[in-house]
Design a protein around this ligand. Structure first.
Ligand SMILES: Nc1nc2c(ncn2[C@@H]2O[C@H](COP(=O)(O)OP(=O)(O)OP(=O)(O)O)[C@@H](O)[C@H]2O)c(=O)[nH]1
Ligand SMILES: [Mg+2]
Length: 347
C-alpha cells in the first residue's frame, strides 16, 4: 500500500540540517547530542500547531531496521529475525506524541548479492521509499561500514536530511573505539547527525524521537492518533507466520520461502463479552521437497509450533480469538520467476 501523499508544507531544511560533529570520545559526543535535542511536547500539551512527516528507515539486511521501527512505534508491526532478508515489504508505522505524528516507513534490506526477481522487487521497494520523505534514517551496525552499506548510501540523494544511525551499540564493548569510526563516517556522506544507539534501549528510542521531531514539517496529521500501521490484519497474519518460520527453522531453510493467506474470515463474537474470531488458512511455499520436510518437522512438530506461536501473538495483536490452519507447498524457482513473485504479493 502506498504511503499518504505529502501535503504542501516542507521542513525548513536550512534549520534542520545543522551538523553535529563527532567529539573525540563517545560520552562527550552523546552529551553534545542530548544538549542539542529539544524536549518532546507531552501528551495533551498541543503546541503552536501539529507536525507530521515521513521518515524512511533504510540500510543493508539485518542491521535492525524493523526492530527500530517497532520500538519507535511502540508495538510490533514489522517482523524481525536474526536472518538477513526478513522484511519484504514497505511497512508504515505511526507514532503520535504531543503535537507530532511520526510516520515511519520500514523497508527491506537492500540486496546486493543475488539479482533474482524477488531481490529486484525488494530493491525497487527501497528505492521507492526514499523518494519524497522528510527524513531518512540510514541504519548501519555501529563500528562497521561495508561495501553493502555503501551501496545503500549511494541510493540516497543529498537533498533529504539523513541521520546516520549506528545501531547495536550494545555489542560494542569498548565504547572508545567508536569515536574514530564515527569520524571516518563523516567522509562518507553529508549526514545531518550521527546517532550511536541501540534499538533495544528505551532511552535511546526516546532520544531518537526527539531528534527526528525537528525535521518534520508543521502540518496537520494524516492518521488518527491511535492508528499504528496502514497494514491489514491479514497482512500481519501472513508476516507472523513467516517470522515464526524463519525463527524456528534456523539456518537450514533458505530465505526464499514465503507465505500465502488462502482464507481470512472474521466472525463477530457469539455472546456479549466474547471476542471476535479470525479463521485463517495459510500456505507456506518452499522451493524443494527437502525444505517441505524441514518445515513440517518430526511428526509435524515444527509446523504445529509455527501455527501455535503465530496464533498466540496474533490473538494479542488483533485482540481476537484466532484459528489458524497451515499447509506447505513446493513451488520450485518461484523467487526467480517475476510473474510468480508478483502473484505472491510483492511489488
Ligand atoms: N544486540 C542488538 N541486536 C539488535 C539490535 N537491533 C536489532 N538487533 C537484532 O538484529 C537482528 C536483525 O534485526 P531486524 O530488525 O530483523 O533487522 P532488519 O534490518 O530489519 O533486517 P532485514 O529486514 O532482513 O533487512 C535481530 O536478531 C535483532 O534482534 C540492537 O540494538 N542490539
Ligand atoms: Mg526488517
Amino acid at each position: 500500500m502506498n504511503a499518504p501523499k505529502k501535503v504542501a508544507a516542507q521542513t525548513d531544511k536550512s534549520k534542520a540540517t545543522t551538523p553535529i560533529e563527532p567529539q573525540p570520545d563517545l560520552d562527550s559526543m552523546l552529551e553534545g547530542l542530548l544538549k542539542s535535542t529539544p524536549k518532546l511536547a507531552q501528551p495533551g500539551e498541543v503546541g503552536e500547531g501539529q507536525r507530521c512527516g515521513l521518515v524512511a528507515i533504510v540500510g543493508k539486511p539485518n542491521v535492525g531496521k524493523s526492530t527500530l521501527l517497532n520500538a519507535l512505534v511502540g508495538q510490533k508491526i514489522s517482523i524481525t529475525s536474526r536472518k538477513a532478508q526478513t522484511t519484504r515489504h514497505r511497512i508504515t508505522g505511526m507514532h503520535t506524541q504531543g503535537a507530532t505524528q511520526f510516520v515511519f516507513v520500514d523497508t527491506p534490506g537492500f540486496q546486493t548479492l543475488h539479482g533474482n526477481a524477488l531481490n529486484k522487487s525488494l530493491n525497487k521497494t527501497v528505492q521507492g521509499a526514499v523518494a519524497d520523505v522528510d527524513l531518512i534514517l540510514f541504519v548501519v551496525e555501529a563500528g562497521s561500514f561495508t561495501p553493502a552499506d555503501a551501496r545503500v548510501l549511494a541510493l540516497l540523494g543529498k537533498e533529504i536530511p539523513t541521520l546516520m544511525i549506528a545501531n547495536k551499540l550494545d555489542n560494542i564493548h569498548r565504547r572508545g573505539d567508536i569515536a574514530p569510526w564515527l569520524q571516518t563516517m563523516q567522509t562518507k556522506h553529508a549526514f545531518a547527525e550521527f546517532v550511536p544507539m541501540s534499538a533495544k534501549s528505551a532511552k535511546d528510542i526516546e532520544r531518537l524521537l526527539a531528534i527526528c521531531e525537528k525535521y518534520l514539517p508543521e502540518q496537520a496529521w494524516w492518521y488518527s492518533p491511535d492508528e499504528l500501521t496502514d497494514r491489514s490484519e491479514k497482512f500481519l497474519a501472513s508476516e507472523l507466520v513467516r517470522e515464526k518460520l524463519f525463527r524456528l527453522t534456523g539456518d537450514e531453510l533458505p530465505y526464499t520461502s514465503t507465505v500465502v493467506i488462502d482464507k481470512f474470515e472474521e466472525e463477530p463474537p457469539q455472546k456479549k463479552g466474547q471476542k471476535r474470531l479470525l479463521r485463517i488458512a495459510a500456505t507456506i511455499v518452499v522451493e524443494r521437497d527437502g525444505h517441505k520436510a524441514m518445515v513440517i518437522g518430526d511428526k509435524g512438530e515444527r509446523i504445529k509450533r509455527i501455527g501455535m506461536e503465530t496464533r498466540v501473538e496474533l490473538e494479542k495483536l488483533a485482540d481476537a480469538k484466532v484459528f489458524i490452519e497451515l499447509w506447505v507447498k513446493v513451488r520450485s524457482g518461484w523467487a526467480d520467476d517475476e510473474a510468480r513473485v508478483r502473484s505472491f504479493g510483492y511489488e
